[in-house]
Design a protein around this ligand. Structure first.
Ligand SMILES: *Cc1c(COP(=O)(O)O)cnc(C)c1O
Length: 230
């Protein structure tokens, strides 16, 4: 049963918080439901989850139309500029902003719809060629530039850590991005907060919480393995 998986993950979140003296209410568990059918999402919804993460615009808009309206949808995948218009007023948070051009398009579409869009800056903290995200040493400058756009609001940072067998290997990366967020917060840039740190997935969310994550994005741990061939 998916509810049992959810409970198990929630327990592990709580335990990780306890180990470092954090209150579990500081950590939002996002159920990453990409590739999964509506029936699976409904099970998790009925068990109390209201935060869901998706990485493709078409799948996201389909699920928004076919799921209850009190869900908070998180766009966690790479976002093409020509698709921004389909989601800009429908999501709780866009986690994956890594360029000024993308932020400008979000800003333009947000103005048309009369909304202000909360975003995170995606940082490629481990400098992997295969990953999207801004380089660590260019993050502060990008935050400064995007902060001037008045229909987007920077709420923090997001990262996708490398795939590793031993989650301890990612501790240094989580630590590094936490440091970076504290550093940026200390600059008190107008229209920028660093309240959110979105990091940690099924394989490493406990280490991420120990290092300061406020949002963890868990797919496999809740919904089981994904099949991309259907
Ligand atoms: C798929 C995905 C996740 C969840 O990955 P799991 O290992 O299945 O928990 C988290 N974040 C992003 C950005 C993803 O694309």
């Amino acid at each position: 049963m998916l509810e049992d998986n959810l409970k198990e993950v929630q327990n592990r979140v709580n335990e990780a918080c306890k180990r470092v003296g954090r209150d579990p209410s500081e950590v939002t568990l996002i159920a990453v439901s990409k590739t999964k059918p509506i029936e699976d999402l409904n099970q998790i919804y009925n068990a109390g989850t209201r935060d869901f993460g998706e990485n493709k615009v078409q799948e996201l808009t389909y699920k928004i139309e076919n799921m209850p309206t009190d869900i908070k949808w998180h766009m966690i995948g790479h976002l093409q500029r020509n698709k921004v218009k389909y989601i800009v007023d429908k999501v709780e948070l866009i986690h994956s902003v890594d360029s000024l051009r993308l932020a400008e398009e979000i800003n333009n579409q947000a103005k048309k719809k009369g909304v202000v869009v909360p975003i995170l800056i995606e940082v490629n903290i481990a400098q992997e060629d295969s990953k999207f995200g801004v380089a660590e040493n260019e993050t502060k400058e990008l935050v400064r530039q995007i902060s001037k756009l008045d229909a987007v609001s920077i709420k923090g940072l997001m990262t996708i850590a490398p795939y590793v067998v031993d989650s301890e290997e990612n501790r240094e990366f989580f630590h590094k991005i936490k440091d970076l967020s504290v550093d940026i917060a200390s600059e008190n840039i107008d229209n920028v907060s660093m309240d959110i740190l979105s990091m940690g997935m099924s394989g490493d969310f406990e280490v991420a919480i120990e290092e300061g994550a406020t949002m963890v994005r868990v797919g496999t741990g809740i919904f089981g393995a994904r099949n991309y061939n259907i």
